[in-house]
Design a protein around this ligand. Structure first.
Ligand code: MEV
Length: 317
């Protein structure tokens, strides 16, 4: 979503949730992902040079990466005269796509400032420049979901320049509780460590990636058919396979089991996983679950990812 008048520009980048298929998507298999209503809002004001206001709270390393990422997007847009700042209501570094959301928000503002049409595909192309700087070898699912603001089945075949996204129409609302379950290592490190394991034991790891890819496709069918029980089962199996790949932790597993005990149709880690991060649970009714977890002091929120009146689906340009 963008606004554009002569004195100020603004652009929103949605956070994302991967319902199925994280990590295996890096190896060319499909993933099912949708947008959150939370994300990053970037604002632009006219300036004599193209620049990004970097928040003081960032570490020296984070500043360096952010500067390099913005420089790539800036170059892709012809360095328009705009000063970009941003804020976010997304929990950061939890596997909810904060860097993809930031990339999309900045790209929207830069494209507007350059007088170019900020269509979903143009935004995704510029955001891709930033994402590569943030993640090294990203699949592209995060920024594509953020730019399209729809539930998508995403796939980038090995060696392909671009990924492909198919919009998945949900027959019934897909209601999730998203829970923060401990701090985690940066995505780049978790993805890199898995890459080392799969290089060493390629056949075994490829078998699991292939199976997760099948689960993502089956999950997309379940969403289209409104079969939430089938979707929940696929999520549970996907969590088991992510754990088998060494991507879960006691904290993530505990939260998955807690959500299942609270009536989740399915629950799994979402995003890169590792030491901690976010866990999602699929529920018919999320309200009582959020109420109970909040009462226990556990950080969480609910989100309707797809279906009629889905929150994050703003209808991208
Ligand atoms: C991170 O949100 C998702 C991963 O699959 C990495 C990627 O797709 O680039 C872990």
């Amino acid at each position: 979503m963008d606004t554009n008048n002569s004195s100020s520009l603004s652009g929103f980048g949605a956070g994302k949730v991967i319902l199925l298929g994280e990590h295996s998507v890096v190896y060319g298999y499909p993933a099912l992902a949708g947008p959150l209503s939370r994300g990053v809002t970037a604002r632009g004001e006219a300036s004599n040079k193209c620049q990004l206001v970097i928040p003081d709270a960032l570490t020296a390393e984070q500043r360096k990466v952010l500067k390099a990422a913005f420089a790539r997007a800036m170059a892709a847009c012809g360095e328009p005269g705009v000063k970009v700042s941003f804020d976010t209501d997304l929990p950061l570094s939890m596997g909810l796509g904060s860097s993809g959301a930031l990339s999309v928000a900045c790209s929207r503002v830069l494209l507007q400032a350059a007088g170019r049409k900020a269509s979903a595909s143009e935004v995704a192309a510029v955001a891709w420049e930033m994402e590569q700087e943030f993640h090294g070898t990203p699949s592209g699912v995060d920024h594509t979901t953020s730019a399209m603001e729809q539930l998508i089945l995403y796939r980038r075949k090995p060696g392909a320049e671009q990924g492909r996204a198919k919009v998945v129409e949900a027959l019934k609302p897909v209601k999730l509780v998203v829970v923060m379950a401990g701090a985690r290592s940066p995505t780049k490190l978790t993805v890199g460590a898995l890459r080392e394991r799969q290089k060493r034991w390629s056949e075994r790891y490829q078998r699991i990636f292939r199976e997760i890819g099948l689960l993502a496709s089956e999950g997309a069918e379940a969403v289209e058919e409104g079969d939430l029980e089938a979707l929940g089962d696929v999520m549970n199996v996907n969590h088991g396979l992510l754990a088998a790949l060494g991507l879960s932790s006691p904290g993530l597993d505990d939260m998955v089991h807690r959500l299942r005990n609270m009536g989740a149709l399915g629950a799994k880690l979402t995003g890169a996983g590792g030491d901690g991060g976010a866990v999602i649970g699929l529920f018919h009714d999320t309200g009582p679950v959020v109420h109970e977890l909040t009462r226990l002091g556990i950080r969480c929120f609910d989100s309707q990812l797809a279906g009629p009146h889905a929150e994050g689906t703003r209808g991208a340009a």
